[in-house]
Design a protein around this ligand. Structure first.
Ligand SMILES: [Zn+2]
Length: 430
């Protein structure tokens, strides 16, 4: 027999083996398909529930959703028929590289004692805790040493580590001194490890460009840490520069004239805003300014500021609840943001972030509104609403489940029982 006819002499099992190998090779080249059977599919944007749905996930995206989706043979099937399923949660105001912060002694200690590498390692661990709690997107709003959050974001994006989508603002831009107070002049401006001093329209523009250059996804200003604060023109300069590059501007500001400048200057969001009057909240509503309220619960304030340097925790928490209630009643656009920077014993960062649900409940915000602030609304503020924040065809498969209905009781988010991130199960259903 000629040599080229060698194959014909083989037994059929040889061809079966070859066929099998080829099928496996071909299979790995095609997307992995996962079908999730859903008992109750929550749509946070509409505040409604659709019963008995199937979500088909291919690779990292949602390929199909509906009551009569064909499940291709060979798909992995996940049964969430007894659960409530919704898009992953988002926190628009985090500092993942900070931990155990003590405001009674000041932020400065951390700048002096911790390297960017150490901060990045802590941030990665914290990001993973946050993801397992059900938050699939976080925006890190500065205080990340020398751009540590940029590296955390990129490492997760490259697939080196599991983690949430991290968006980062780079260094905080602020008037002279950042968030330090009265550092003696002979010590130099060591706060520049964490902040950019920007005190004129031109300096603000340059600072925004610097952050974009080093990898920021959004811009963060601190306006009123001192008795001096940004003018409307300075805010507008930051907004013009950032918007031209497609980035949103968030501004830490408490209230008063400084907040008015932030609103009129066209910033996308006010962070904290603890002293906002009804009149300013009304102005925010008119201008479409988002509120990322970061309403700290009392126990968190006591941990964060044990000496009470910033005031009495009980009164402060009551004030935050009142401001949240007023903002909700007036109809200001709100996105969930926690600013959690210090963990209570026995709690990780995810647990700490979910404690803020108590504040939203105490302010009388309906669960559906709170859930929207944590998903659809946050996605809009973070400018990712076309990719994340809803369960629909073409969206990233960031999917979580709870054992109860979050539209009736938002506290069920503390019991997230399943987390899928970009199509990968990171917390299997329990
Ligand atoms: Zn903050």
């Amino acid at each position: 027999m000629p040599k080229q006819l060698f194959f014909l002499r083989q037994r059929p099992s040889f061809f079966l083996l070859i066929a099998l190998v080829l099928m496996i090779a071909a299979g790995s080249a095609f997307p992995q398909t996962t079908a999730i059977r859903v008992g109750n599919l929550v749509d946070p944007s509409a505040g409604t529930i659709a019963k008995n749905q199937v979500i088909l996930v291919k690779d990292s995206k949602i390929a199909e959703v509906g009551p009569k989706v064909n499940i291709p043979a060979g798909s992995e099937v996940i049964d969430l028929m007894n659960a409530w399923v919704m898009p992953g949660l988002m926190d628009a105001h985090t500092h993942i590289t900070l931990d155990d912060l003590n405001m009674s002694t000041g932020l400065d200690v951390i700048f002096l004692r911790e390297s960017s590498a150490r901060r990045a390692l802590r941030g990665l661990r914290t990001a993973q805790d946050i993801l397992r709690a059900g938050f699939t997107v976080v925006r890190d709003v500065g205080n990340d040493a020398n751009y540590a959050a940029v590296d955390i974001r990129d490492a997760i994006r490259k697939g080196w580590f599991i983690g949430p989508t991290v968006l980062t603002t780079g260094k905080i831009i602020a008037p002279f001194g950042g968030q330090t107070h009265r550092i003696p002049p002979e010590q130099g401006r060591f706060w520049l490890f964490e902040y950019i001093d920007a005190d004129t329209v031109d300096e603000v523009r340059k600072a925004v460009r610097q952050n974009i250059y080093y990898g920021a996804d959004a811009i963060k200003l601190v306006s009123d840490n001192s008795s001096f604060y940004y003018t409307e023109e300075e805010i507008r300069a930051a907004v013009e520069e950032a918007h031209a590059a497609g980035l949103a501007v968030s501004v830490h500001v408490m209230g008063g004239e400084a907040a008015r400048n932030v609103i009129l200057g066209g910033a996308d969001s006010i962070e904290h805003g603890f002293d906002l009057s009804d009149e300013l909240l009304q102005l925010m509503k008119e201008k479409g300014t988002w509120l990322v309220g970061t309403e700290f619960p009392q126990a968190h304030l006591e941990k964060l500021d044990p000496a009470g340097a910033l005031g009495q925790a009980k009164e402060a928490a009551a004030k935050y609840i009142d401001r949240l209630r007023r903002a909700y009643k007036i109809g200001v656009k709100m996105a969930f943001g926690t600013d959690s920077v210090s963990n209570l014993p026995g709690k990780n960062r995810g647990d700490m972030m979910l404690d803020y649900l108590d504040m939203w409940d105490a302010a009388g915000v309906p669960p559906a509104t709170t859930l929207k602030a944590m998903t659809t609304n946050a996605a809009q503020l973070l400018r990712i609403e076309k990719a994340r924040g809803s369960i629909a065809k073409g969206m990233a498969a960031d999917i979580i489940a709870t054992p109860g209905n979050p539209l009736e009781n938002i506290q069920v988010l503390r019991q997230v029982s399943f987390v899928m991130k970009d199509g990968k199960v990171v917390k299997p259903k329990n």
